[in-house]
Design a protein around this ligand. Structure first.
Ligand code: UDP
Length: 371
């Protein structure tokens, strides 16, 4: 795919700060070529959530590296907004691109808006309708500030229209996670080596991820989740997010972890190798729900709500922490071959891997209009 040679060097600021933002913006950065100005806020600063992902996607050192990690939500948004504002004042880009629903996204949106710079929101229009989630507020606010809302699905477009966002500001693109996954999914032989390194059999284990405050900041929820995972009849691999690791220590739950195959957070290739070969996923992640639909694996979503209803009833089932986890996952494991065969036939809702290219086309139109 050709780069966008007619855009000026470093003229599109791609603002990101966390692992999923790198995954889902990587292809857009690649397509922007020299026009991309990579701005990392430092919201995720640990190597295995930041630099490792930039390296895996062959992305360069960020042009601008801020450090806003590790503070409260309000401080994080305020600091990132202030620093982005100063940067945009010094070197105004023609457009700012943000993705998803993190504090970085809202800060990027506020800073772009304050400087009158065109704002593009990738993964717009997702709604959990759960006002207890900080992410819901981040995405609603960002969508309303955005000049261009790039909606993965028609469901997302309908959400935006229902909030009064004009149709001209919306383009439906699919989700950029599809091409990210296609790029980094290792071939079968490498996947087998990854399984062997954990002593696992294909379709003989569950892969779990947990990091959302509603699950890991409450000792009762975290204990229930880890207990249910430990009681499943197959090995459970748990790459431990730094936030979750800290809570396990704080709540004295180390013993419950002993029943699980605990690892450090995995790079994207290694994670995909396991996700492609597992029996099922159990997770509170947003991106993992989408990846399950591409890899044709069932995912148990342990949350109060999901902003991804497109996968419910096919690839995903929503449960609360507790016995429902074991009941649903146990049912899946008891009839796994049939379930995998059924999901293999199920079309994924997130498109064909062209979302980044479609996003680029919509961005060029926006820039041509704002000229
Ligand atoms: N992921 C990964 N390694 C891990 C756990 C997750 O590469 O050990 C990837 C996962 O495949 C997905 C992304 O990280 O693409 C999800 O990140 P996270 O759950 O932090 O954010 P969310 O998607 O919930 O915003």
């Amino acid at each position: 795919m050709a780069h966008v040679e007619d855009l000026a060097r470093r003229s599109v600021a791609v603002v990101l700060g966390t692992r999923p933002e790198i995954v889902k913006l990587a292809e857009i950065v690649r397509l922007l070529g020299p026009a991309a100005r990579l701005v990392h806020t430092g919201q995720h600063y640990a190597h295995e959530l930041a630099r490792l992902f930039l390296d895996e996607f062959d992305l360069p050192e960020p042009d601008v590296q801020l450090t806003v990690g590790g503070t409260s939500r309000g401080q994080q948004i305020a600091e990132a907004t202030g620093r982005l504002d100063a940067h945009f004042a010094a070197e105004p880009p023609a457009a700012v691109v943000v993705q998803g629903d993190t504090n970085t996204v809202l800060a990027g949106a506020l800073a772009a808006n304050a400087r009158g710079i065109a704002l593009v929101h990738v993964e717009a229009g997702l709604r959990s309708f759960d006002r207890a989630m900080p992410e819901e507020h981040n995405r609603v606010l960002t969508d309303h500030l955005a000049d261009l809302c790039l909606a993965p699905t028609e469901v997302n477009r309908a959400n935006l229209l229902a909030e009064g966002i004009a149709d001209e500001r919306i383009a439906v693109t699919g989700n950029t996670v599809v091409e990210a996954l296609q790029r980094l999914l290792p071939p079968a032989a490498e996947r087998q080596l990854e399984l062997a390194s954990f002593g696992l059999q294909a379709a003989g284990f569950v892969l779990a991820t947990f990091h959302r405050p509603e699950n890991v900041d409450r000792p009762d929820h975290l204990a229930a989740i880890l207990g249910e995972l430990g009681a499943l009849p197959v090995p459970v691999v748990l790459p431990l997010h730094p936030r979750t690791a800290a809570r396990v220590r704080a709540f004295g739950l180390e013993d419950v972890l002993a029943k699980l195959v605990v690892t450090e957070p995995l790079g994207y290739r290694r994670f995909l190798a396991l996700a492609a070969e597992c029996a099922a996923l159990v997770s509170d992640s947003g991106g993992v729900q989408e990846e399950a639909s591409v890899l044709k694996r069932p995912v148990l979503v342990v949350r109060n709500s999901t902003e991804r209803p497109e996968v419910l009833g096919t690839f995903a089932e929503l449960v609360r922490p507790g016995p429902d986890m074991g009941r649903v996952a146990g049912g899946w494991l008891a009839q796994l071959d049939r379930l995998h065969l059924r999901l293999a036939e199920e079309p994924g809702p997130y498109g064909d891997g062209t979302a980044s290219a479609r996003s680029m086309a919509a961005l060029r139109q926006l820039l041509a209009r704002s000229g």
